[in-house]
Ligand binder design. Structure first.
Ligand SMILES: NC(=O)c1ccc[n+]([C@@H]2O[C@H](COP(=O)([O-])OP(=O)(O)OC[C@H]3O[C@@H](n4cnc5c(N)ncnc54)[C@H](O)[C@@H]3O)[C@@H](O)[C@H]2O)c1
Length: 362
């Protein structure tokens, strides 16, 4: 049993990592401020299954609050920190660069400083594929020069990588930087395209497609990411004098058009696409070279894009958020879902979704 601090542990990736670590019988401490970047109720829902687990402890605090972090380290025997808390999203960071700087850079500095004070020197740090900016050379390798961020968000992530290196050099921190490539799956953030497009398709509304559909992303399924995070923790716990940056991607980019087509195929709904101009801050493509992650931690993504989308949509329905739309589709009889496994349980499932939905709406 190890004792972990997960910052941002109520979020999409954080709560998924929590779940896995708790299943493996570890102790998990979470700090999260449940910020309203998206509906905090979603974050409450993310952690509801383990809130009563005696191995789980939650601090509803802000990483900008140095005293709060001090108390967490004082009250617990943390061995390793998984630092995921951040203001996320490329486009919103252009609107509010100071907030991104404040949370992502000052917040990270607070964590590093208190780790130093309490002699906790093992950290897994969330970075992002966005640090590669519009690098033309693909796939992206960790040793490429990444000095050309095209959004404030990406710049803060690069700054985190550099600052953590300083703590490695000066104070002997053992560090693993994980550059995540567009993560999707159950619990996915509502601001991310797959989640947004699924809801829009179910609502029979237009999908804003920025650009001509040829931009591509190396979508990576959440279970593969969680596996990469846990393997990185084991690596950091076992080894000394480490500072490594690794890509956690799928190494198989999917174009925006293919992404829409896959969701459409799984839902069996024809999308209404509204083409829009490319947005500033958005990169043209992301594509991870994962040979380093494979070599040093044995990372091996397993979930294909289509399989991942099926799992995500199944989860989405189970959450009941799409209940009304499903009813509408059923009643109009426009969609039959013949190939959709979850509908083999038909009425029972719909009733369950209804019950959940009614509960959620109070
Ligand atoms: N999801 C992706 O595709 C992706 C890709 C690249 C990098 N990342 C990085 O992975 C990490 C997790 O991302 P996610 O997708 O789970 O996002 P998320 O927004 O779901 O999770 C981040 C969590 O941090 C918390 N948080 C924000 N500001 C805080 C503060 N000041 N104090 C305490 N908690 C705070 C939020 O409430 C949230 O629960 C982030 O660092 C993000 O930059 C994610």
């Amino acid at each position: 049993m190890n004792e972990y601090l997960i910052t941002g542990g109520a979020g999409f990736i954080g709560s998924s990592v929590c779940e896995k670590l708790l299943k493996e019988n570890n102790k998990v401490i979470v700090i999260d401020n449940f910020c309203d970047f998206y509906n905090p109720k979603i974050k409450e829902n993310n952690i509801k299954d383990f809130i009563r687990n005696p191995n789980f402890k939650l601090y509803r605090k802000d990483i900008r609050d140095r005293q709060a972090i001090k108390e967490i380290f004082e009250e617990n025997n943390i061995e390793i920190v998984i630092h995921l808390a951040a203001m996320v999203g490329v486009r919103p960071s252009i609107e509010e660069p100071c907030l991104y700087q404040d949370v992502n850079c000052l917040g990270t500095q607070n964590i590093l400083e208190e780790m130093k004070e309490y002699n906790i020197k093992k950290i897994i740090m969330a970075s992002s594929s966005s640090v590669y900016g519009n690098c033309k050379q693909v796939p992206f390798k960790e040793n490429m020069i990444v000095d050309f961020a095209i959004s404030p968000y990406a710049a803060t992530k690069k700054a985190n990588e550099v600052m953590t290196y300083v703590y490695h050099k000066l104070f002997g921190f053992n560090v693993m930087i994980l550059r995540f490539f567009t993560v999707y799956g159950p619990k996915q953030r509502p601001d991310l395209a797959i989640n947004k497009f699924t809801k829009l398709m179910l609502a029979d509304e237009e999908l804003p497609m920025y650009g001509d559909g040829t931009t591509s992303r190396d979508y990576t399924y959440i279970d593969d990411i969680v596996d990469g995070v846990i393997k990185s923790c084991k690596y950091v716990l076992k080894n000394k004098n480490i500072y490594e940056i690794i890509n956690l991607g799928n190494s198989s980019p999917i174009s925006l058009k293919e992404m829409i087509d896959t969701i459409s195929k799984v839902l069996n709904i024809k999308p209404k696409i509204k083409q829009m101009p490319m947005q500033s801050g958005d990169v043209e493509q992301t594509y991870a070279d994962i040979s380093k992650a494979r070599k040093i931690i044995g990372y091996e993504p397993k979930v294909s894009f289509e399989e991942g989308i099926e799992k995500f949509i199944k989860w989405n329905f189970q959450q009941g958020r799409s209940f009304l739309k499903i009813c509408k589709i059923f009643s109009t009889g426009t969609v039959l879902f013949e190939n959709f496994k979850i509908f083999s349980t038909g009425t029972v499932l719909v009733l369950k979704i209804h019950k959940f939905y009614a509960k959620e709406r109070g």
